[in-house]
Write a protein that binds this ligand. Structure first.
Ligand code: ZN
Length: 131
């Protein structure tokens, strides 16, 4: 059983910002996160006592993808789609209730809620909005 979260944001200087994606997977081994943007790196921490967080960078994106895949058993592209798959299932379940409504939450938060029952169908957090 794995949990996948995907985060989008902006990094770099204000006059020349870069968007990034971060895909983080928690599983029985621990967690791993691949950051793809201006910087490209992988961080992971095993679930074993005393394990330190490890960061791999400056190795080329192919190496980062390989480490991610070895840790999770899925490609970063596949992992990035997991939340979308779950989300589209939710959209289908609520499709008869009415049109989804997009609204703002706390700074950086965007919520998509079911127009009928009000259940949150999607949540997006833009970290750049609060940094
Ligand atoms: Zn609904």
């Amino acid at each position: 059983m794995s949990t996948v979260t995907v985060k989008h944001g902006v990094e770099g200087p204000h006059h020349d910002p870069y968007s990034y994606d971060e895909i983080k997977v928690f599983n029985h081994r621990g967690w791993i996160m691949i950051h793809l943007g201006l910087l490209e790196y992988v961080e992971f921490q095993l679930n074993t006592p005393g394990a330190q967080k490890v960061r791999i960078e400056h190795r080329g994106v192919d190496t980062l993808y390989s480490v991610f895949e070895a840790f999770t058993g899925m490609t970063a592209d596949r992992a990035a789609k997991v939340p979308l798959d779950l989300q589209s299932r939710k959209y289908r379940e609520h499709s008869a209730h009415g049109e989804p409504v997009v609204m703002r939450g706390y700074p950086g938060e965007t919520l998509t809620v079911c127009g009928g029952c009000g259940e949150v169908l999607d949540y997006d957090f833009n970290e750049s909005a609060i940094i």
